[in-house]
Design a protein around this ligand. Structure first.
Ligand SMILES: [Zn+2]
Length: 391
């Protein structure tokens, strides 16, 4: 196994430079996939299904070993971080085959990048008819979920990785830190079976691999059982299943930190599976990972004074930079709103400013546009425009 430093270096060299943004078209995805698979015929590409609007769903395989690993990305069409990390992994495996020789001897790894291409085309969570594929594992009506299930039943994976993005508001419980990566070993109905316990041990091992890079920025989803979710379904089918959610980090609107973590987690998982080193830590350590919470905001302004009708009130202001799809290079614009007001001590901010000594002339309105001026007698005005501080 490469050292963390070497893996980071490998990612820097392998990062797919044509994917700098979270929003990119399905056409670009196909172009990249076809180009890469054509020049590296050992990476087998197979169409495993077709979306409602006729877009292909592909599986790409690496290696020829007897242990089978299945990963899928973008089941939610607007969650592309793991798809970008998949291309980074592809590039790394081609540029430095020597690092992956052993892994590809012991494992057969199959990625299904972009399970929900119609959702991706619209950059939305649901598929073309508004159904959340991750709530269709019981009814099994969408072609996306049918394709995944049919493929999995034939492939019989030993390990499954369900790769998502979570919204910026996810934080680590008991802290003001973002959950840059969150994990879950999905629940069974009833008592844990062996495959769930194994998946918990894998989560412990994986979190251990990256904890020095994102200290106290990893969360764990709670034990709630979702009968319609694919993770629960797979866990019930006896496949060891792990959910990984890519989340926010400061100054990182395009999720490059989580993308890098995804890459490291892929490499680590393959190595841990091949070496069986995932067994080293007890499954109970899973609960030492703090739970996810929902306390992050994009901009947190602390300690502003409001003078209103003879009242003098000190308050914090939470601002959310809401993204709206738009035809510019990043693919979106911000429509920032005032999310919360008052005593927000438990909140964390990707950007935090101490505004003691500043005051508001009139009250702000919840959910209104986040454009206002903070006054100060000694420091001059502080202008907030669409959720950003104007320098
Ligand atoms: Zn998701």
């Amino acid at each position: 196994m490469l050292s963390l430093k070497k893996l980071l270096d490998l990612h820097d060299k392998s990062r797919e430079i044509r994917l700098p943004y979270r929003r990119f078209s399905f056409e670009l995805f196909l172009e990249l996939l076809e180009q890469k698979c054509a020049s590296h015929p050992t990476r087998l590409k197979e169409q495993i299904g077709t979306s409602i609007e006729g877009r292909p769903i592909y599986a790409i395989s690496f290696g020829t070993g007897s242990t089978r690993v299945l990963l899928w990305t973008q089941m939610h069409g607007n969650e592309s971080t793991a798809t970008r990390a998949f291309f980074d992994f592809f590039n790394a495996s081609v540029a430095h085959p020597e690092y992956f020789e052993k892994v590809f001897e012991s494992l057969t790894i199959v990625f299904i990048p972009v399970l929900n291409p119609d959702g991706m085309a619209r950059f939305q969570r649901a598929n073309a008819i508004g159904i959340d594929p991750n709530r269709d594992a019981r009814a099994q009506q969408t072609p996306e979920i049918k394709s995944l299930l049919t493929f999995a039943k034939n492939f019989e994976p030993d390990w499954c990785f369900n790769l998502h993005d979570q919204r910026n508001l996810f934080s680590v419980k008991g802290s003001t830190n973002p959950a840059t990566v969150s994990f879950l070993s999905p629940s069974h109905f009833g008592n844990d079976r062996k495959n769930r316990l194994d998946a918990k041990q894998m989560v412990v091992a994986l979190s251990n691999e990256i904890q020095t890079l994102i200290p106290n920025c990893m969360g764990r989803f709670d034990e709630e059982y979702y009968p319609r979710a694919i993770g629960e379904k797979f866990q019930e089918m006896g496949y060891r299943t792990i959910l990984i959610e890519a989340g926010g980090a400061p100054n990182d609107p395009e999720r490059e930190v989580a993308r890098k973590m995804n890459f490291l987690l892929f490499c680590s998982a393959f190595h841990l599976i091949g070496s069986e080193n995932w067994k080293k830590r007890p499954d109970r350590d899973y609960y030492a990972i703090p739970e996810n919470d929902q306390k992050m905001v994009d901009l947190l302004i602390k300690g502003v004074t409001l003078h209103q009708n003879g009242h003098s009130i000190v308050l914090d202001i939470a601002i959310e930079r809401v993204e709206e799809n738009a035809p510019n290079v990043q693919g979106f614009i911000y429509k920032s709103i005032v999310k919360d007001l008052g005593d927000l001590k438990e909140y964390g901010g990707y950007e935090v400013i101490d505004a003691q000594g500043y005051y508001l002339h009139s009250a702000l309105e919840l959910n209104a546009a986040a454009s206002f001026v903070l006054k100060s007698d000694s420091k001059g005005d502080l202008k907030i425009e669409n959720g950003f501080i104007l320098e």
